[in-house]
Ligand binder design. Structure first.
Ligand SMILES: NC(=O)C1=CN([C@@H]2O[C@H](COP(=O)(O)OP(=O)(O)OC[C@H]3O[C@@H](n4cnc5c(N)ncnc54)[C@H](OP(=O)(O)O)[C@@H]3O)[C@@H](O)[C@H]2O)C=CC1
Ligand SMILES: O=C1O[C@H](COP(=O)(O)O)[C@@H](O)[C@H](O)[C@H]1O
Length: 516
């Protein structure tokens, strides 16, 4: 295994949004930071009749657009020389023959040891077709390695995911398939395992004896942008919960693996997904809340309601918000709710995990009016990265009074570096053959199985209650009620880089543990 892999990368969907915003800049960063050998080439495939030169200009533009800092123009130009464009419709079998000729030629030009990475950055309905054509045209007959990176959504329910999986498995073995979930490439998501398994003070307490509940918020202030067509069919449940949210839950809840090998880690994660309490349609409303935003305001800007977005019907039944209470029925987690919420056009863009610990058996410092603050561990995933531990200390100068304080670790300010993009990390992992942070088929299958009954229930239940939250809010009131029924509330979204200021949410009365 080398840290400077050499391969030819074929990007299907090279004129698209993902390629431009994520893939080209990520490959550039790998190249610039010496994590990719000089012996590489990238072939872009899409239907538009672009030339190599025009494609290279687009690559250069994408790299500049994605960089905060000044980019060396000569560096980017020599990087873009490795890019080639091959226009065709992926439904056209014959074009795969000429693609093979180009790849063979590039192997020679760049002395690539016949390693091929096929990246499917296109609408999912083409994934199966492309895999079968690659096989027919013998593009997958290689002396080196061949790997397939497949974007989400992996199907739209369990049966369609099974069909897709069968198609790609005819051509690629399970260990050649990299089902990408970009949340698994985020620095602080990868940190969940380290926080848990490298700290005695957390791991000993990480169970139902000491934890009251775990809350996971992934809110977005943006709306669906130009993806109305896709999102109208997908909704927040399929777009975010089936993949990113359940993956983070499995990292939070898994048992310690016996080692950090790909199969051991994935094996532990899948056990969590298997232990998720199945919610039948008849009980869906006890565990799940859905929402759709109406008109509102974000950062003093007027926002149109979801039903006014292009490609969205004016009686759309699609949810743009989901909150849920997940129960993991195993020894470690019996009785501990994992609350999740995600949505579009919410107050703020933030992904944050809060672990709320149980109260001590008795409170030596309390009075009738004042209770001890809760112990909270907050993992700030994005946009701020870090950890906050909230605990109680003596109120200075007082006699027996306590006050909650926050111990903070802010990754960017402490280590003075920016996290590499999740895609960059995951593309490198794929090139070096490390599939740990990609989802295995059984993880995908169990996630769909869990989601499907809810999706069906919502499909059959007309969205007459929509819209039920204004753009710029934290979702419908029912999301707060979901926790209130259990005697909990959503903890505010805070920012660790800014001294844990509360950026969304409000303190409950008499709750001394929230700093406003
Ligand atoms: N954009 C994002 O932020 C994210 C995207 N994804 C996933 O990545 C994938 C790509 O998304 P995105 O880039 O946004 O989509 P776009 O619609 O922007 O791009 C689609 C690409 O496919 C090409 N294409 C479409 N039909 C054909 C065809 N028949 N033959 C050849 N090329 C074709 C288009 O080019 P042309 O018209 O020139 O043929 C274009 O390059 C999807 O699966 C999406 O769900 C996942 C997470 C985030
Ligand atoms: O996969 C997706 O993720 C993005 C959110 O990703 P983030 O890294 O910006 O948090 C979401 O906007 C998109 O709808 C979804 O398809």
């Amino acid at each position: 295994m080398t840290n400077q892999p050499s391969c030819v990368i074929v990007i299907f969907g090279a004129t698209g949004d993902l390629a431009k915003r994520k893939l080209f800049p990520s490959i550039y960063n790998l190249f610039k930071n010496g994590n990719l050998s000089d012996r590489f080439a990238v072939v872009g495939v899409a239907r538009r009749e672009w030339s190599n030169d025009f494609f290279r200009e687009k690559v250069i533009e994408a790299v500049h657009d994605a960089s905060d800092a000044e980019v060396d123009s000569e560096d980017v130009a020599s990087f873009s020389d490795h890019f080639y464009y091959h226009p065709f419709d992926v439904r056209d079998t014959a074009s795969f023959v000429s693609l093979k000729q180009l790849l063979d030629q590039l192997d020679d030009t760049y002395e690539v040891p016949n390693n091929r990475l096929f990246y499917m950055a296109m609408a999912p309905e083409y994934f199966g077709t492309i895999a079968l054509h690659l096989d027919e045209a013998k593009l997958t007959e290689v002396d080196g390695w061949k790997r397939l990176v497949i974007e989400k959504p992996f199907g739209h329910d369990l049966p369609s995911a099974e069909v897709l999986n069968d198609q790609i498995r005819q051509v690629f073995s399970e260990d050649e398939i990299y089902r990408i979930d970009h949340y698994l490439g985020k620095e602080m998501v990868q940190n969940i395992e380290v926080i848990r398994f490298a700290n005695a003070m957390f791991e000993q307490l990480w169970n139902n004896r000491f934890i009251a509940n775990i809350q996971l918020t992934s809110s977005e202030s943006l709306d669906v942008g130009e993806r109305g067509n896709y999102y109208e069919k997908s909704g927040a449940l399929r777009d975010m919960v089936q993949n990113h949210m359940l993956q983070m839950v499995s990292l939070l809840a898994m048992e310690p693996p016996i080692n950090l090998s790909t199969e051991e880690v994935r094996g532990e994660k899948v056990k969590v997904l298997r232990s998720l309490r199945h919610v039948p349609a008849s009980e869906a409303d006890d565990y799940f809340v859905r929402g759709q935003y109406g008109a509102g305001e974000i950062d003093s800007q007027a926002i149109k309601g979801f039903r006014e977005v292009e490609s969205v019907t004016d009686d759309s039944n699609t949810e743009t918000f989901v909150a849920a209470k997940l129960m993991i029925d195993n020894h470690r987690w019996a009785g501990v709710p994992f609350y999740i919420r995600t949505g579009k056009s919410m107050t703020v863009k933030s992904t944050q995990i809060v672990v709320e610990f149980k109260d001590l058996p008795m409170n030596l410092y309390g009075t009738q009016d004042v209770s001890l603050g809760k112990n909270l561990l907050t993992i700030h995933i994005q946009p701020d990265e870090g950890i906050t531990l909230q605990m109680n200390v003596k109120k200075p100068g007082s006699n027996g009074e306590t006050t909650p304080i926050a111990m903070e670790f802010s990754k960017k300010s402490a280590l003075k570096m920016n996290s590499p993009e999740a895609y960059e990390r995951l593309m490198h992992d794929c090139m070096i053959g490390d599939a740990t942070n990609f989802t295995r088929w059984d993880e995908v299958a169990h996630s769909w199985q869990f989601i499907d009954s809810i999706a069906e229930h919502w499909r059959d239940k007309l969205g007459e209650e929509f819209p039920n939250y204004p753009a710029g809010s934290m979702g419908p009131i029912a999301s707060d009620e979901l926790l209130a029924k259990d005697g909990f509330h959503w903890w505010p979204i805070t920012n660790v880089e800014n001294k844990n200021t509360v950026i969304s949410g409000k303190a409950l009365e008499n709750d001394t543990s929230i700093k406003q």
